[in-house]
Design a protein around this ligand. Structure first.
Ligand code: T5A
Length: 211
């Protein structure tokens, strides 16, 4: 009997309105249509107790010190990690809209220290691939509903983008930078090609941790 093959952890990152939800949904639909066990989730996971506090903060109904909200975003990932590990090891591929890198990018953009922000992310499951959807914040601001949440301001998004760029160059072995101003169809083709090659490659590799 061949050993059980694990699923892949695939993450989408980028500034607000960069098309992460659109591309995560399309990739999940494609993989499912090919009979590959696939589930989607996004961070913040707003339905947990911690996620509800985070949601209150993002929708501007609650104020919290920067350090506190940073650690709540991280805790929201840690609280789901056991469940995600189980699913991956059972062979399910997970498509995740935002992860630790958003945690670091948004807090560093506020002026917080990079190392301080990254430290509590260490030990979380390391993604097999990150698709980084990159476009000028000025062009993303023209997309529908931009500006409704706390961080959706062009000047702030430019600082977030600079931190994502820094992470992308440090983590270039598994980050795939894509021009988010392309059509959704073109982006999907590029992402689908990379993801379909990745799945068999990682299936027999052990899960790794962020270090
Ligand atoms: N945050 C998050 C932290 O500070 N710390 C953390 O640890 C984490 C995890 C909420 C906020 O939380 C912060 C970051 C965020 O500010 P969110 O709920 O993921 O995070 O919010 P958004 O990123 O704003 O999610 P959105 O759903 O708003 O944007 P998406 O998913 O990037 O974009 P999408 O796919 O919904 O598309 C936006 C619009 O653009 C169009 C779509 O039709 C839609 O109208 N579109 C395109 N238009 C032209 N060309 C394309 N290629 C397009 N693709 C999509």
């Amino acid at each position: 009997m061949s050993p059980l093959k694990r699923g892949a952890l695939i993450v989408f990152e980028g500034c607000d309105r960069s098309g992460k939800s659109t591309q995560s949904r399309r990739l999940a639909e494609l993989l499912k249509s090919k009979g590959i066990p696939t589930e989607s989730l996004n961070f913040p996971a707003r339905s947990t107790n911690i996620g509800q506090v985070v949601n209150g903060y993002l929708t501007n109904s609650k104020d919290l010190p920067d350090e506190v909200i940073h650690l709540l975003f991280t805790s929201n990932r840690w609280e789901l990690m056991g469940k995600l590990r189980q699913k991956l090891l059972a062979g399910t591929t997970l498509i995740v809209d935002r992860y630790s890198y958003s945690g670091v990018a948004y807090s560093v953009a506020k002026g917080m220290d990079f190392e301080w922000c990254y430290a509590p992310e260490r030990g979380l499951i390391k993604p097999d691939a990150v698709f980084y959807l990159r476009a000028a914040p000025e062009s993303l601001a023209k997309r529908s509903e931009f500006g409704e949440e706390r961080y959706e301001k062009v000047e702030f998004q430019s600082r977030v983008s600079a931190v994502f760029d820094r992470i992308c160059s440090n983590e270039s072995t598994y980050w795939h930078q894509l021009d988010a101003s392309q059509t959704a169809d073109d982006l999907h083709s590029l992402i689908a090609g990379t993801a379909e090659k990745l799945l068999p490659q990682v299936a027999t590799q052990p899960l790794d941790k962020l270090s």
